[in-house]
Ligand binder design. Structure first.
Ligand SMILES: Cc1cc2nc3c(=O)[nH]c(=O)nc-3n(C[C@H](O)[C@H](O)[C@H](O)COP(=O)(O)O)c2cc1C
Length: 437
């Protein structure tokens, strides 16, 4: 983190890429980008730091038709914006590091230094990348770590001055300043160098999502930002303390990785209105369908069909975390709730936010909740959602964001030209070129 600048909270909003797909299906004359372009421009006008795309590689995972491919989607948005960051979620389990280095490298070039990668290891989608089952978490995270070693070495494989401008104005490549990486590991053999010139940011901003033990170890070692589900203050304090002390052991700078939490906000013009909206949401819950949602949050292997709604879950029904193959982070959160004595009904209510932080109130009250976490050092990046909807936009931008700026928690404007500069992130040390014999 750049020492001279006071710490401020960074902001992110969803880039879309999901609902737009419906538009195309419903009205082929409309470009799938209409809404996303409008949101991107609203977000940039509000000086929001970045646009975010999630991604799941399976039909039906994000609604009946899935979502657009994040890198292609944000590359298109890079051409209708000039300052806002572009975060693409991409899985290391189903991509090769040489392609990832080129894809994010090119996004950084076409956006003039606004690329960020939200690394995930995927918990579903193996049916589309057969043959074979989803590798276990240990293997998925080992592959992710090796992937990062490879892409970082590739992004660093051109020394400064490798490319100069000749007297004729044409580019001159100094081969002695471009190095192979000669990587050979359990998953990959990659000679390198990278075949695209040095990135405006040298490296895209590195994010990571996945908060199991293995996920935290990866995030502590490599991530500049970790995207997390931290539904309660206690969970947020515990997670931040653990991942920061781990990062310190890896010699990372203080304050890294930044803690990015998605906030599921329910806004009201008055406290009463917000309470009413929460009540209505709760009254609309299908508690029978909720049994499946909680079973999914518990790793999918438990049958809750016989558990009375107002009963606690017996310990015998709670999974052993080492037997969970898909999302251990979420299972940690929901077994924690069950052990705290939540009834099945309370677990179903919590599952509506899939383990994310949910808060309700007026923009001022939500600003209080955000300020509490920011001042406690357990929140560095927050989501502001729903900008496609005029009322939500008004609450999020003219309400909450305005209030956070009034309290000098969020900066009034962009401070740099690249995403890294806007986030105040220093460049990690360069991977040295392998010694040539
Ligand atoms: C807040 C959060 C958001 C995530 N978003 C995605 C996503 O968009 N796509 C995806 O494939 N996985 C996503 N994941 C899950 C990751 O793929 C993760 O690497 C994997 O499921 C294992 O997670 P775990 O370390 O929590 O067990 C997300 C995880 C978290 C905590």
């Amino acid at each position: 983190m750049s020492a001279e600048r006071p710490r401020t909270l960074k902001t992110v909003t969803g880039a879309g890429g999901t609902s737009e797909t419906y538009d195309l299906a419903i009205d082929p004359t409309r470009s799938t980008l209409d809404t996303a372009v409008r949101v991107a421009k609203l977000a940039e006008a509000a000086r929001i730091d970045a646009l975010f795309t999630a991604d799941l590689l399976s039909f039906g995972a994000q609604g009946p038709i899935g979502s657009q491919e994040p890198l292609v989607f944000v590359s298109a948005l890079s051409q209708v914006t000039s300052r806002i960051g572009l975060i693409a979620t991409v899985s290391t389990t189903f991509h090769h590091p040489y392609n990832l280095a080129r894809l994010f490298g090119t996004l950084d070039h076409v956006s003039n230094g606004r690329a960020a990668w939200n690394l995930v290891t995927s918990s579903i989608g193996e049916e589309n990348f057969g043959p074979g089952d989803l590798p276990g978490p240990e293997e998925r995270y080992a592959r992710a770590a090796e992937t990062l070693e490879v892409v970082n070495a590739l992004w660093d494989s051109w020394e400064p001055g490798a490319l100069t401008v000749g007297a004729d104005g044409k580019a001159v490549l100094h081969h002695d300043r471009v190095h192979p990486i000669d990587h050979s590991g359990p998953f990959f053999t990659v000679a390198g160098p990278l075949n695209i010139p040095p990135l405006p940011q040298r490296r895209p901003v590195q994010m990571q999502a996945g908060q199991s033990e293995a996920g935290q170890a990866l995030g502590a070692r490599y991530a500049e930002i970790v995207f997390t589900s931290l539904p309660t203050l206690d969970i947020a304090v515990d997670f931040t303390r653990k991942i920061r002390s781990r990062a310190e052991r890896f010699g990372r700078a203080a304050g890294l990785p930044l803690i990015f939490s998605s906030l599921h906000a329910t806004y009201g013009s008055t406290e009463e209105e917000a309470r009413r909206l929460v009540r209505e949401k709760r009254e609309s819950i299908d508690f029978e369908r909720g049994r499946t949602q909680v079973a999914d949050m518990l790793g999918g292997g438990v049958d809750l069909s016989e558990v009375p709604l107002d009963s606690k879950l017996p310990e015998s029904l709670l999974p052993d975390i080492t037997s969970v193959n898909r999302r251990r982070g979420r299972v940690d959160i929901f077994t924690g709730y069950a052990r705290q004595g939540y009834t099945l009904r309370e677990l179903i209510v919590a599952a509506q936010d899939t383990g994310h932080w949910a808060a309700a109130g007026t923009p001022e009250q939500l600003a209080d909740a955000v300020e509490e976490r920011f001042r406690a050092g357990i929140l560095d990046v927050i989501t502001l959602s729903g900008l496609a909807d005029p009322q939500q936009h008004d609450f999020a931008v003219n309400g909450l964001l305005h209030e956070l700026r009034k309290r000098k928690i969020v900066a009034p404007d962009y401070t740099g030209t690249t995403l890294r500069e806007n986030l105040g992130l220093e460049l990690p040390a360069r991977v040295p070129a392998p010694a040539r014999v």
